[in-house]
Design a protein. Structure first.
Lengths: 115, 116
């Protein structure tokens, strides 16, 4: 089931902060965050695992509330290069017989940073 | 090398044609994925290969036929497509993860497919 992201779009000036939220109605094993610029491939930003482990870029932070099945991505002191569409991807309970959970993306949040 | 290479970058095909999309990675990843992305929409999972075996098929029509010849290569064979199949097709790969827990996926630049 597709996670829900909010807001759908954010407009910032350089240096401002933003928070993008992701929620799921199902139990989650992990949450992934990606950024996609127009005409380019999605680029990995952050992964948060059940149990508290996380891995990602130094300048990006995120949280994962396992009980509420929610995650938030925090973008601080935004730069022009932060512009793009941000997707959260969620992995639900293990599907018996497969080694990899199904990574399902939210609808995306369009972030625009102006000078 | 953290690159996933997809060829071709652009493809225009008729509804009676047969074509193939190719994807290659040399990161030692043992999971490979095909996603379909329409304009202004998120990537939608089509297939997952785990250790060269098809592990997830998201009820994709049979006109799309995936193939994983070895751990570095992933193909998507196309036949008798419809205009609504026009989209960006993305390949991705990831390291083996623990049970049910994907590790981060690296995406290729995609193949922009137009069916006429």
């Amino acid at each position: 089931q597709q996670p829900v992201q909010s807001p759908q779009a954010v407009i910032l000036r350089e240096g401002e902060d933003a928070v993008i939220n992701c929620s799921s109605s199902k139990a989650l094993y992990s949450v992934h965050w990606y950024r996609q610029k127009h005409g380019e491939a999605p680029v990995f930003l952050m992964i948060l695992l059940k149990g508290g482990e996380q891995k990602g870029h130094e300048k990006i932070s995120a949280s994962f509330n396992e009980k509420k099945q929610q995650s938030s991505l925090y973008l601080t002191a935004s730069q022009l290069s932060y512009s793009g569409t941000y997707f959260c991807g969620t992995v639900g309970p293990y599907a018996g017989g497969t080694s990899y959970g199904k990574l399902t993306f939210g609808q995306g949040t369009i972030l625009t940073v102006h000078p | 090398d953290t690159e996933v290479t997809q060829t071709p970058k652009h493809l225009v095909m008729g509804m009676t044609n047969k074509k193939s999309l190719k994807c290659e990675q040399h990161m030692g990843h043992r999971a490979m994925y095909w996603y379909k992305q329409k304009a202004k929409k998120p990537p939608e999972l089509m297939f997952v290969y785990s250790y060269e075996k098809l592990s997830i098929n998201e009820s994709v029509p049979s006109r799309f036929s995936p193939e994983c010849p070895n751990s570095s290569l992933l193909n998507l064979h196309l036949h008798a497509l419809q205009p609504e199949d026009s989209a960006l097709y993305l390949c991705a790969s990831s390291w083996p993860g623990q049970r049910g827990k994907n590790t981060e996926a690296f995406f290729g630049q995609g193949t922009r497919l137009t069916v006429v």
